[in-house]
Design a protein around this ligand. Structure first.
Ligand SMILES: NC(=O)c1ccc[n+]([C@@H]2O[C@H](COP(=O)([O-])OP(=O)(O)OC[C@H]3O[C@@H](n4cnc5c(N)ncnc54)[C@H](OP(=O)(O)O)[C@@H]3O)[C@@H](O)[C@H]2O)c1
Length: 350
């Protein structure tokens, strides 16, 4: 049998999209998840094998991993789902990739890097929209200005988000903001800073936000001061500022339950048409101690389409034997130009 991969959480919005793209390319992943009816239906639709187990069914999880070379983990929030899958990958000596954008998951995988190295296993979270373009951009900028001490990255162009993305965001509510200072993750208030950033269509206001790059870009570039921004209209900025005073309320179990129920009642994610028409943008700036600066931008297809393509591009690399052991980021493993191999992506140096 050829090299194989497992898609866990295949029946989710993003897992399903990745499965469809994989099947269109003639790939034969084994699909998996805990929802028997949904996973079976999807597998039958694409003539693929499937396994049904939850992440605490260790024997079944181990048995499924024994059949493959790697996992593409698509079940989130990853703060809940990642650890059992990473531990199973280490036990079974299989490579781990996922599509998280959660800081805690990058940090946990980085902390397990030594163990992974010893096991000959690659742990590479963040193979989706957050963080492939930004991680590659960060390393590209570091190469343009090797003495860089400060890095700012910014996102724009999110359209409608999936239920899973919204649920994951709810998990993080009330936790406040974060930046990296002197190499250390440092708490700051939500929407701590506002900047006007030109993503290619004129300057727009953007606010600081805690995204996975605060971890991945640090591991990819070693730049000690990192800030992440998100293009936000004034109303969203006002809401973020208000959350400074509502942190304990927003983080309460009751509010989370209420918001999660609202999300579950909504659409699963962007429609085909929204995905086809959507574009997303990442901007980055580095500065060194002498005040020299470099700025670059990346434009990508819509975020979920990009995520599906980027995740499968990572699978291609791993199955081709490019799986350096230990904790990896996409840019560290495959270089700053990895993102340019994904259809529809352009990069501009300013
Ligand atoms: N970084 C990025 O750019 C990016 C892009 C896309 C998605 N994501 C992330 O990927 C995750 C999935 O997004 P989605 O849009 O596919 O969400 P979704 O449609 O809600 O699907 C979630 C999937 O995860 C499974 N799942 C959730 N909790 C689980 C648990 N405790 N144990 C086992 N399986 C579990 C669900 O299984 P059930 O059906 O059984 O509940 C379902 O298969 C989210 O965390 C999202 O933030 C990130």
């Amino acid at each position: 049998m050829g090299k194989q991969f497992l898609i866990y959480g295949a029946n989710g919005y993003t897992g399903e999209l990745i499965t469809r793209f994989a099947a269109d390319r003639g790939l034969k992943p084994i699909l998996a998840g805990r929802n028997a009816i949904a996973v079976e239906e999807l597998a039958k639709k694409h003539h693929l094998e499937y396994r049904v187990f939850s992440l605490d069914e260790t024997d079944r999880l181990d048995a499924a991993l024994q059949e493959v070379d790697m996992v593409l983990h698509c079940a989130g929030p990853f703060s809940i789902t990642s650890r059992p899958m990473v531990e199973a990958c280490l036990r079974n000596k299989k490579h781990y990739t996922d599509i998280t954008g959660e800081i805690s998951v990058f940090e946990t995988c980085a902390a397990m890097g030594k163990k992974a190295e010893e096991a000959g296993v690659m742990l590479m979270p963040g193979c989706g929209f957050d963080v492939v373009p930004s991680d590659c951009l960060a390393l590209h900028l570091k190469n343009r200005l090797p003495g860089a001490r400060r890095l700012a990255l910014a996102y724009a162009g999110f359209g409608r988000v999936s239920r899973g993305t919204a649920t994951t965001a709810i998990e993080g509510l009330g936790r406040g903001g974060l930046v990296r200072r002197g190499g250390v993750l440092t708490p700051v208030p939500p929407a701590w800073k506002t900047r006007r950033i030109d993503f290619g269509e004129g300057p727009r206001p953007a606010i600081t936000i805690p995204l996975g790059d605060l971890s991945s870009a640090w591991h990819s570039t070693g730049i000690p001061d990192i800030e992440l921004y998100f293009a936000a209209p004034p109303a969203l900025r006002a809401l973020a500022v208000a959350s400074r005073y509502l942190g304990p309320v927003l983080g309460s179990a009751a509010v989370r339950r209420f918001l999660t129920a609202r999300v579950r009642a909504g659409a699963p994610g962007p429609t085909e048409d929204e995905r086809r028409r959507g574009r997303a943008f990442v901007w980055g700036e580095v500065e060194d101690a002498e005040g020299r600066r470099a700025v670059s931008r990346v434009a990508t297809p819509e975020g979920y389409t990009f995520t599906a393509r980027a995740a499968l591009a990572s699978v291609d690399r791993v199955l081709a034997g490019q799986a350096p052991a230990g904790f990896q980021t996409p840019a560290k493993a495959y270089g700053p130009d990895f993102v340019l191999g994904i259809p529809g992506v352009t990069r501009t140096d300013l």
